[in-house]
Design a protein around this ligand. Sequence first.
Ligand code: PLP
Length: 450
Amino acid sequence: MVSNALRDADLSYTIHPYTNLVAHETKGPLIAVRGEGVRVFDDKGKDYIEGMAGLWCASLGFSEPRLAAAAARQMAELPFFHMFSHKSHEPGIRLSEELVKRAPVPMARAFFCNSGSEANDTAIKMIWYINNALGRPQKKKIIARKRAYHGVTVASASLTGLPANHRDFDLPIANILHTSSPDYYREGKPGESEEAFAKRCADELEAMILAEDPNTVAAFFAEPIMGAGGVVLPPKGYFEHIQAVLKKYDILLVADEVICGFGRTGQYWGSQTFGLKPDILTCAKALSSAYMPISAVLVTEEVYKPLRDNSGKIGTFGHGYTYSAHPVAAAVALETLAIYDERDILGNVAVSGARLQERLRSFADHPLVGNVRGIGLIGAIELVADKATHGAFPASDAVGPRVVTKAEEAGVILRAMAGDVVAFSPPLIITPEEVDQMMDRFTVALEAVT
Ligand code: PLP
């Protein structure tokens, strides 16, 4: 199809996810046709450095032949089978074993889904199921955080703490609560140290648990770094204090590693970087370098045992997707994990991540830049109207989306998040030279709106 016809068809037939569908009618689509390393090319041949690895996911870039070959091999051999009941297949079995072995804390089992949202939904359902099994049906409330992002299905969107995911969707559902966001830059009080702020967040969580009655609170969900909520790193001591509270009231910790998992923060898991000891871990995205949709839920023995026992008692663990552990997706994930090891992906994150952080921090004195943050190969620049007071631009005049539009013109794809935050999350294979090119293009964009 020629470009213009494709553009017209896009405007005539599609509903784009996460899109102002009215504005899209004027702006039109960016149609990608090809990928090469950290770059994608549009239908006019223009190249873009994918500064977001798609949606924080294409960790091995956009042209890894081994992943294409792994998919083709599996397609030819056994394109589909499932794991319901006693059915099984090698990629699903081997991927379970690999993930359990690689987990940041001793995990017993892996369950597969297709997306991060489904993984978090599954975690919620497991928690409700086991608390019924354990004879405590009242222990069902789940606490997430304001500005968290856990997905868009009915339950995972309820966990998400962003207004756009609730508004006009009649969400959140019952039994889901949101405690304070750990954003020291935005939420810290004048004169409050980072450590004191972290403790206050934990105190606020404890106050919420007590107000709700600890016997009704089942679990706490957290991304090690909040991604879509604005790349919010936990303040010093945060997870230590939070986990002490959870332990006190017998509340499970679910680590949502959908963005942080597989090296993004410089260690294999964000839980290692920030000291989380989860009872349940969800992961997706870089699990397959996004070449196939697949996600996983890892559970400890303490979570698995009641789940197992109850399934024996009532006849089934009545949950599973047609494509749970899809063999092609699982084969691609296995190959992805092998490549991470063989190519020392963590070594590359150390080197290129250091360059990214250095380049990001060089913007600290820029008049529009209020805060710069990041670790490994994830980072953000928060734009403000007033550096001294952290005063934000009105949402109607947000600068982030304008910078991102200019960045696209300059040949780098970035994302503007709520709160006027521009996020960076390039493929984990990016070289320091490519980081420089990405940041040079970003500089052009920032200057264009200044
Ligand atoms: N959890 C986190 C931390 C995410 O960033 C995302 C997506 O960006 C999700 C869950 C939802 O994943 P998916 O879009 O695959 O459903």
